[in-house]
Design a protein around this ligand. Sequence first.
Ligand code: 13P
Ligand code: SF4
Length: 401
Amino acid sequence: MVVTVKNPEIPITEIEQSAFCQSDGDLKSKPLTEELDVGVRWQKLPVSYMRMSPEELDDRISAARHTLGKNLVILGHHYQRDEIIKFADLRGDSFKLSQFAAQNKDAESIVFCGVHFMAETASILSGDSQRVILPNLAAGCSMADMAQIDDVMDCWDDLSDQLGTNSITPITYMNSTAAIKAICGRNDGIVCTSSNAAATYKWALEKDKKILFLPDQHLGRNTGLKMGIDLSEMIVWNPFKPLGGHTPKEIDDAKVILWQGHCSVHTRFTVEQIRLAREANPDVNVIVHPECTMEVVEAADSNGSTEFIKKTIEDASPGTKWAVGTEISMVNRIARENSDKTVFCLDSVVCPCSTMYRIHPAYLSWVLDGLIQGVVVNEIDVDEETSSYAKIALDRMLSIV
Ligand code: 13P
Ligand code: SF4
């Protein structure tokens, strides 16, 4: 008999975002008890897993994978630790991983090594008989937390009162809760990722309506500029102020309304870091993620999703130099896998995405052992109504790009 354990309520905050910042770049996993010494609050798990060494966990995970065979698929986002990504059957950006979940209905269990909104999306897109598991439920995304459903509903109501219903197309970045994706599904909107944001803007602009872009103002602004929308036509909606901090006229005049959200990892990158990288290496190529600010994206040579960054550097000529503005676990891995090129992070103080980092091998081992024993821990489930509307917005994205 399979037993499903009820998920605990876990507060997901941005407070821990700088907990693992360092200047020597050594991110090798330690036993969980030692990692928790820095004062972070992660999901509780049996104490025996907390004491296991990385080597012991490595052996346990390998053995569990072997036992579970084809009943298990492990998906890994590029920002995962090396000790996790080595077990991924598929690595990718959030678009590639969601495509996989939509197309592969064979494995009984999908263990998603990434963050909560990614596992939620996989749960919506996967088959009815499949289960999706997030090894550590505290692995959220601080940007997704910046758009709370009640605040988004208030914004939607205010905009509808102000502009009339049917005059806005909501686009939500994948980095948002299923409830927000469902608002997009209900209101002729769409989901996007960093690899297809421009295509979703094009789709929305053809409808000749305003765009409400959630929750990353930077991706929204960078994409608007790419599509030829003037900066003066984009306003930022502050959920803590009446009418988002705008006059009715400002809202009337705007073409794009950007939610006031950001990624704490990517907003660390600066134009000054790019200047210093170019000064030290005149022939360097600067490549950044579009969650960086507009100024950083403009100063870089190119920008794109994690998969785009990985592929661009892989395809580059030997001997080329790359300064990268994205999460450090991924930058270190690209550097190691492209030893014929010089690859380094734009920021000398490196900060892993603290929520991606919460997928420690102890959690992966715990959930896999559970599956072997018939105990499902940390299953991600989305209620039927939310899931069906969110799926409409996700399917639109998958069909246009
Ligand atoms: P990608 O879709 O580019 O993988 O980005 C996801 C993410 O969370 C970046 O911060
Ligand atoms: Fe969220 Fe930023 Fe981490 Fe991506 S890097 S998962 S946007 S906090």
